[in-house]
Design a protein around this ligand. Sequence first.
Ligand code: B4P
Length: 191
Amino acid sequence: MNIILLGPPGAGKGTQAQRLVEERGMVQLSTGDMLREARTSGTEMGNKVAAIMDAGQLVTDEIVIGLIEEKIREGNAAGFIFDGFPRTLGQADALNELLSRNGAQLEAVIQLEVDDSALVGRIVNRAKEAVAAGGQARADDNEDSLKTRLMEYYKKTSPLIGYYYARGDLRSVDGLQGVEDVARDIAKALA
Ligand code: B4P
């Protein structure tokens, strides 16, 4: 089973992907995590990625598709959770092609619905918790970057809702609920 978790920044894609990994043994492919790893490489590409992410913008399709392509080619029996990918129509088309080229298909797209005011609260809270735990907040977890991240989401990612609805793949889940309740509704949507 291959599924996509779709939603604005802070909707809980990463949180729910982790649950699915624990409960179903699926493999999480988080482009955010892959890009955060790439930025630590010190390469020219890594530095470019860091600057784009910190500003809250989307990294180019070319870089992101390149990162995901290799993982899909490796395949896995339990299926992939695409966490934060695709984020543009170009990425969605590329994913279709990559899956069919590898004899795989998409089972469902879970859309996590959360309103903007809750998103801001969650992101600010995540930044505070990271600092309180003695670590560092993510460089893009601040109100300025978040404004850009939300604008990017509405402009470039939200058209995917109509795209997957038209294909009959979309399942919407109320992401404003607590983590357990969201997980329960995702399980229902996948039943
Ligand atoms: P991501 O790493 O994907 O991060 P995100 O969208 O901010 O977070 P997510 O929705 O996973 O939220 P989480 O569960 O952590 O992207 C970061 C950046 O990478 C992007 O801005 C972009 O620059 C780049 N990027 C990534 N993918 C890309 C792509 N495909 N194309 C181009 N660029 C790409 O939850 C957030 C917080 O809420 C946590 O603190 C969590 O504990 C809390 N929370 C979660 N669920 C909750 C609930 N139900 N109730 C209360 N709190 C909850």
